[in-house]
Ligand binder design. Structure first.
Ligand code: NAP
Length: 419
């Protein structure tokens, strides 16, 4: 029943990342290339998704699909590729049909097929790809229905399984570890570095309500920009050596290739305080000198120590993938029903117009003369009766189709129930 849906794909599972490039539509004139591809292949609808680890063509056609399709598509989108490259790349591509294709798209959206299982970014990418293809008029009713269902299913999987639940990113893990120390929202936090990593860390700080943060950076303007966004304080990195207000947590992450936080500097930063501090160092190489970590009492959070947690969390997500696969198997039936109902709806879409035309013909042609001879009161009654009949006649086939669909669903449920 879902026979019209197909997917041609090349992903990180099938090929090294550099080989993926061969299946990607070149940046210039993407819309034209895809339009020509769709028309050359005789597809009714097309959705194209390209990310850093997949090139995927989801298409709809009721015509038979040739096993030679991968090579034909590659020749079309990348005519400059050599015959050998086309053959090698085509051999790695997967061509999926019907149920298998729909299942694959659901798995992609639920991030079960991602490089990092549970990474939700794929949903955004898929939505964006769909909106783009829709605006290029490449998609239609079948892919609209499939996309809506796909996003709905992915959300359900994220809610009912732990596939995206346990953190994997270094920043999220480090922040989680810092939180475990029980820092209060008014804790004094020194953020050293205002690059990408610390900007991300800053987002976690804001979300958790930390407000007493001082940002230090080599380029003062960047410290200022990061601090201003959250109404924190900004200072130049040079001022770190003179900072004497004490602190509760020190988060260091810069591109410096030698240690910044030497024992001397750390002693200065303590400003006479002797309690145990929290020190987070996400830099590679470390920005906090080994001697500093050895000489002072601190909860020290750094990348190596986070790896084990990351591996455990990844194993947990892999386990949850099994649960997600079970959910998808159940959901496929729901999609079949929805797709079938939509086809019935489309097939019946012309009925209201036809019934209306019959009514008009009766009034104007078949009984035209008799109708015109009736007095206004009788004419109004006839019109009201015909209007009523029209409504009821339109509803009859739709009601019948819904009953058939419902019966089918009930039967399928009974068949799938364990004895
Ligand atoms: N383990 C991980 O997963 C992971 C992930 C991302 C990053 N990192 C590490 O985190 C560090 C920063 O990465 P990023 O992505 O945030 O980099 P980024 O966006 O390029 O920012 C670099 C930051 O470091 C500062 N900086 C560079 N060289 C410096 C130096 N010699 N002395 C003092 N400050 C210096 C820059 O200051 P200016 O603004 O003045 O240039 C900027 O604040 C790197 O060591 C990187 O390897 C690790």
């Amino acid at each position: 029943m879902l026979d019209g849906f197909h997917i041609l794909t090349l992903t990180h599972r099938d090929a090294p990342l550099e080989a993926l490039a061969h299946a990607i539509v070149p940046g210039e004139n993407t819309a034209d290339t895809l339009e020509q591809l769709k028309s050359a292949m005789g597809w009714e609808e097309l959705l194209y998704l390209a990310t850093c680890n997949r090139a995927t063509y989801v298409f709809y056609t009721q015509e038979p699909v040739s096993a030679q399709l991968p090579g034909m598509v590659l020749q079309h989108i990348r005519p400059e590729l050599s015959e050998t490259t086309v053959m090698e790349t085509a051999a790695r591509m997967r061509l999926l049909h019907g149920n298998e294709a729909v299942t694959h798209l659901l798995e992609v959206a639920a991030s079960m097929d991602s490089l990092v299982v549970g990474e939700r970014e794929i949903i955004r990418q898929l939505r964006q790809a769909y909106d783009q293809c829709k605006s290029w008029q490449l998609t239609g009713d079948h892919l609209r229905l499939l996309m809506g269902f796909t996003i709905e299913t992915a959300k359900e999987i994220y809610t009912h399984t732990g596939i995206g639940r346990k953190a994997l990113s270094v920043v999220a893990l480090a922040f989680g570890e810092m939180q475990k120390t029980g820092l209060r929202p008014n804790a004094r936090i020194l953020l050293v570095g205002a690059g990408e990593t610390n900007s991300l860390y800053a987002k976690f700080l804001v979300k958790a309500g930390y407000r007493n943060v001082t940002v230090f950076n080599r380029t003062f303007a960047k410290a200022e920009a990061l601090a201003a966004t959250h109404q924190w304080r900004a200072l130049s990195l040079d001022e770190l050596a003179f900072y004497s207000e004490g602190f509760d947590a020190l988060v260091v992450c810069t591109g410096a290739t030698s240690a910044i936080i030497t024992p001397e500097l750390y002693q200065q930063l303590l400003a006479g305080e002797t309690d145990k501090k929290v020190v987070v160092d996400l830099s590679i190489p470390h920005n906090v000198a080994r001697e500093t970590t050895q000489q002072f009492p601190m909860t020290y959070i750094e990348i190596e120590g986070l790896k084990e947690t990351a591996n455990q969390n990844l194993a947990y997500r892999e386990q949850e993938r099994e649960k997600a696969a079970g959910l998808i198997q159940e959901r496929i039936y729901a999609f079949r029903d929805r797709w079938h109902e939509r086809q019935v709806e489309r097939a019946l879409a012309h009925i209201p117009e036809e019934v209306k035309a019959v009514k008009e013909r009766a009034l104007n042609e078949v009984y035209g003369r008799e109708f015109s001879q009736l007095d206004p009161q009788a004419q109004e009654l006839v019109l009201r009766m015909l209007g009523y009949m029209e409504k009821k006649c339109v509803a009859i086939p739709i009601k019948a189709a819904k009953e058939v669909a419902l019966r089918g669903r009930k039967q399928r449920k009974q068949v799938s129930l364990p004895a």
